[in-house]
Design a protein around this ligand. Structure first.
Ligand code: ATP
Length: 219
């Protein structure tokens, strides 16, 4: 469904986020106090405006409360980030997402009522470290502190092996929930389904189970 987003701060993060939202079919109002940043994005976004988001009257006049979600993508200027997030909540924006540069910045944003706080640099750093540590780990989602879904690429060595041959459930306690092949995705594969080079196995289990399976079988 098409939603209306306001993205405040059109730096590297805000501009990339807003372009992607447009690609996904949403409407995006981009706000930045820097005219150059706004000019760069004016042809791409639904609306753009040069404005200071710490000015309550400006936010009101933009009808900000009618947006489904507002993203505060201001980083360096922590004061502006916090003031903007407070104003957005006060003005009744349903969902306020804010980018934090540090743990403390994130804590303040949570305290003042931001619905979601994101740490792009910290989280991307962690993600890249995991991928460097396990070259066959393409991506992962942490379901909780202990459980993860991981995408593992199948090395040539395992080409032609069936799920039964690998037997991750009996040997490691984790399960293959899907195999992504060039020909299509097999959901809930059977024991007889075979993996080939370049297939991607989607595994669910505890972090330890997946790590062990990755290092002993895929690695
Ligand atoms: P990025 O890493 O995304 O490039 P950053 O973390 O370096 O960004 P900043 O440069 O502080 O973050 O902010 C991103 C954008 O937010 C900048 O284009 C800046 O002009 C804009 N911005 C900062 N404060 C305000 C404000 N009060 N109102 C509107 N825009 C603002």
């Amino acid at each position: 469904m098409k939603s209306q987003y306001a993205v405040i701060g059109l730096g590297r993060f805000g501009s990339s986020l807003s372009k992607e939202l447009i690609k996904l079919g949403h409407e995006v109002l981009g706000i930045d106090r820097d005219e150059e940043k706004v000019d760069e994005m004016s042809a791409v976004l639904t609306h753009t405006v040069v404005a200071d988001s710490t000015d309550e009257e400006v936010l009101k006049s933009l009808g900000i409360r009618n947006f489904d979600c507002a993203v505060v993508a201001i980083g360096d200027d922590i004061q502006a980030s916090i003031l903007t997030a407070i104003l957005l909540k006060d003005l009744g924006v349903k969902q306020v997402v804010a980018k934090a540069l540090s743990e403390l910045h994130g804590k303040v944003l949570t305290k003042i009522g931001a619905d979601r706080v994101i740490f792009p640099e910290r989280d991307m750093g962690i993600r890249v470290a995991h991928q460097l540590n396990s070259p066959n780990l393409l991506d992962y989602i942490e379901l909780s502190k202990d459980y993860t879904i991981a995408e593992l690429s199948v090395p040539r060595r395992l080409c032609g092996k069936s799920i039964k041959d690998l037997d991750p459930r009996a040997k490691y306690g984790c399960s293959v929930v899907a195999i992504n092949k060039q020909s299509g995705v097999i959901i809930a594969p059977m024991a007889t389904d075979v993996v080939n080079e370049k297939d991607v196995m989607v595994i669910i289990g505890t972090n330890d189970q997946i790590e062990q399976f990755e290092s002993e079988v895929i690695g």
